[in-house]
Design a protein around this ligand. Structure first.
Ligand SMILES: NC(=O)c1ccc[n+]([C@@H]2O[C@H](COP(=O)([O-])OP(=O)(O)OC[C@H]3O[C@@H](n4cnc5c(N)ncnc54)[C@H](O)[C@@H]3O)[C@@H](O)[C@H]2O)c1
Length: 398
């Protein structure tokens, strides 16, 4: 399968970065958006970014040559008619993504690969509207695409081996490392493996076991993460994304219950949206962009929150790592991905100092299991399943 000519649909935050990476690799790229203004802004951002890379000596060739390989259009049919691969990066909305893929399917050559940069919607459901479900694949880039080294590829139910291999080749041409989510489940591999950690930070806070700064201090100073979980959420505007993400997931789950096969994770997520992320979104506490989230950002300007080392004593790292290991283990036990890919994803996508399974060299598996069992015993209903130790951990041999 050839992947020489590429079209990127959606020239926003992610799309302009993806188009730039493709052009930097020598490809001819068409960037498509409904909005002329978005395309003008995208061109400016690409020129700025290429200029910065050139100044640092990190660009092969001249910025104007790279930009010269990128054409822009608001006409989707024209933009995709002779390409080998389309990378869709429009808003995270299942109806919009289906609409776009349907249109692309009607106008792109029969052999073209249709990749979607969705961060959490079902690849299988997005592919359903096309007549080439075997050519549809998840291509989950990290933000910003120009700088982040990892791309996660996601197999939909009908994605063919050829499509996966060709897209892997494309990522390597772009100089990216890859991990593969072999199953199309909610959050795929990278974010799902880490979801136990994310949710437990919120659940501990909701249960009143520790404060925001204490939980973040443990993450930063004891585990060595670049940012605490709440600090990161503010940075990304995650309370909005995650609250909206649950709405999309609930819509998909109505027709495709296997998109979330772990009732414990769904229950934990629902509880956190109901108790924390949803109300924060309602009150406009969305992080840096609204001036206040878990921390304060007067005037909407980024100030690194103060998270002193002294606060790190309240939360033992295993309180957070054990549920994190449990969600990572679930992914391995249920065929979503490998231990090696999970470790790689946490390092490259989230800046963890080491992969989550590597912490099993630092902490005793018996203590991990005891932590999970204690949390399970204290919980009720479906939340117990979130903490029930995964068989991979139960049978872990050090
Ligand atoms: N922002 C992130 O950190 C991040 C990371 C990974 C993946 N993603 C995913 O990437 C996708 C894009 O996110 P973003 O942050 O770049 O969004 P964005 O809002 O910055 O950009 C979306 C672009 O899509 C365009 N668009 C909307 N409807 C269109 C249509 N019908 N045809 C063509 N273009 C259209 C908009 O004009 C806009 O320029 C989403 O699926 C998101 O979940 C985002």
């Amino acid at each position: 399968m050839s992947t020489d000519n590429v079209a990127v649909i959606g020239g926003g935050l992610m799309g302009h970065g993806i188009a730039q990476v493709a052009a930097m690799s020598g490809q001819e790229v068409t960037l498509i958006d409904v909005s002329e203004a978005a395309l003008t802004k995208a061109r400016q951002k690409m020129a700025d970014s290429l200029g910065r890379l050139a100044e640092k000596g990190r660009l092969q060739g001249r910025p104007e040559d790279v930009l010269g390989r990128i054409s822009t259009t608001t006409n989707l049919a024209d933009g995709v008619h002779n390409v080998d691969c389309v990378i869709e990066a429009v808003f995270e909305d299942i109806n919009l993504k289906q609409l776009i893929l349907g249109e692309v399917d009607a106008h792109a050559p029969g052999h073209a690969i249709l990749a979607t940069n969705t961060s959490g919607l079902s690849i299988t459901v997005i592919a359903e509207v096309t007549r080439r479900q075997e050519n549809v694949i998840g291509m989950h880039w990290m933000n910003p695409p120009q700088l982040m080294r990892l791309v996660e590829l996601v197999r939909g139910k009908h994605t063919s081996d050829e499509t996966l291999q060709a897209t892997l080749g494309l990522c390597h041409k772009y100089g990216k490392e890859t991990v593969i989510a072999e199953r199309d489940v909610w959050f795929f591999l990278a974010a799902r493996a880490r979801m136990g950690w994310t949710l437990e930070c919120a659940l501990m806070y909701l249960r009143g076991e520790a404060g925001v700064r204490e939980i973040d201090a443990a993450g930063k100073h004891k585990v060595g993460l670049p940012m605490g979980e709440f600090e990161l959420a503010d940075f990304l505007g995650a309370v909005d994304i995650r609250t909206d993400g649950l709405k999309s997931a609930e819509q998909i789950l109505k027709g495709h219950p296997d998109f979330e096969p772990w009732p414990g994770l769904l229950e934990a997520y629902r509880q956190v949206v109901a108790g924390l992320w949803g109300p924060m979104k309602e009150k406009g506490l969305s992080g840096i962009k609204t001036g206040k989230g878990f921390y304060d950002y007067p005037g909407g300007k980024y100030i690194k929150p103060e998270i002193p080392r002294e606060l790190a004593e309240k939360v033992h790292p295993l309180q957070l790592l054990a549920p994190g290991l449990n969600s990572a283990a679930w992914c391995v036990s249920n065929g979503v991905g490998s231990i090696a890919d999970i470790n790689k994803a946490l390092r490259l996508a989230y800046g963890w100092p080491k992969g989550i399974f590597e912490f099993l060299g630092e902490y005793d598996i018996k203590d991990v299991l005891a932590t999970l069992k204690a949390k399970e015993a204290k919980s009720t209903g479906l939340l117990r399943e979130f903490y029930r130790p995964d068989p991979l951990l139960v049978n872990w041999k050090t």
